[in-house]
Design a binder for this molecule. Structure first.
Ligand code: DAK
Length: 259
């Protein structure tokens, strides 16, 4: 499938998605949201890839926000609907049962920071700058930013960064827990791939269940502990568990089939 604003590159069992609107610093317009929606809703769940890297085209930006020029013309009820739609698309990323890592290779502002936060982890280039500058435009974050920033860095710092709109450099993002790693600029995608390759050697059903259980911690309609014991019960019945335990006793690498 060819997308208007997403480049898709398959490398072995990993797919790299590049938001490709370099002239607009990869800002998310309506079409890009549709591309992401289709990829994470229709393609990723059944893809042969075990995991995904999301990054931005060019040397300057991951994603510099929602496309201000395009969205400025969309107001009122449309804006509420677009905010909900953006949230729903980002939920598809967060709830995917395969790991998604943002390789943040520059500005990750507004909707771009929200996209990075919907991913399961963030590898930041030394040049990365994170921020939710929406209040400076007289609006608020609309794609989960007020919620996920609190989850990741705590209420106090989330208040500060969201109310001031200040940008956060990569080192600060690492210290606060927004970034998992900071690496030299050119190693951003390769570090994300390195992490995915490590996960690729684990039981895929177990990986998916861990993602679900951790997400459930943040879902007020779910009891994460219940999700854990229920998930444990399911996973313990899989062929993968038998294979994992057998491989351990036979002192060999496990050959998981996802069954
Ligand atoms: N949208 C559209 N174009 C953008 C953009 C964005 N978010 N960010 C950058 N660009 C464009 C610039 O306009 C410029 O285009 P030309 O003038 O060359 O045509 C080009 O990318 C290069 O940008 P700069 O020349 O500004 O590059 P600099 O290195 O000087 O500065 C910067 C880089 C990232 C500091 C700067 O570009 C910047 O401040 N960008 C905006 C950051 C930002 O505020 N992001 C948006 C957060 S708000 C909604 C309404 C609003 C929203 C959502 C929905 N509805 C009503 C439904 C907003 C959500 C957000 O994400």
């Amino acid at each position: 499938m060819k997308y208007e604003n997403l480049l898709i590159e398959e490398r072995d069992n990993i797919t790299i998605l590049t938001v490709n609107r370099e002239k607009a610093l990869n800002a998310l317009n309506v079409q890009t949201f549709s591309d992401l929606d289709h990829f994470f809703g229709e393609v990723a769940p059944s893809s042969k890839s075990m995991g995904f890297v999301v990054t931005g085209a060019g040397e300057k930006a991951f994603v510099a926000g929602a496309d201000i020029k395009e969205f400025f013309s969309l107001k009122g009820e449309d804006a509420k609907w677009l905010s909900k739609r953006g949230q729903d698309i980002f939920f598809k990323i967060e709830q995917l049962k395969k790991p998604v890592i943002a390789a943040v290779n520059g500005f990750a502002l507004g909707g771009g920071c929200e996209l990075a936060m919907a991913c399961h982890m963030r590898v930041a280039s030394e040049k990365a700058r994170f921020g939710l500058p929406e209040v400076g435009l007289g609006i608020i974050p609309g794609y989960g930013g007020t919620q996920r920033l609190v989850q990741l860095i705590g209420k106090s710092k989330a208040m500060e960064y969201t109310l001031t709109g200040d940008m956060m450099d990569a080192t600060t993002a690492l210290q606060l827990g927004l970034a998992n790693h900071v690496v030299p600029h050119e190693e951003c995608v390769s570090k994300a791939i390195e992490i995915l390759n490590k996960i690729a050697s684990k039981g895929p059903l177990a990986v998916g269940m861990v993602i679900k259980c951790i997400n459930d911690h943040f879902d007020e309609n779910k009891n994460g502990f219940e999700s854990e014991y229920t998930g444990f019960g399911e996973i313990a019945l899989t062929e993968d568990f038998i294979e994992g335990a057998t491989a351990f006793t036979e002192k060999r690498k496990a050959n998981y089939t996802g069954k």
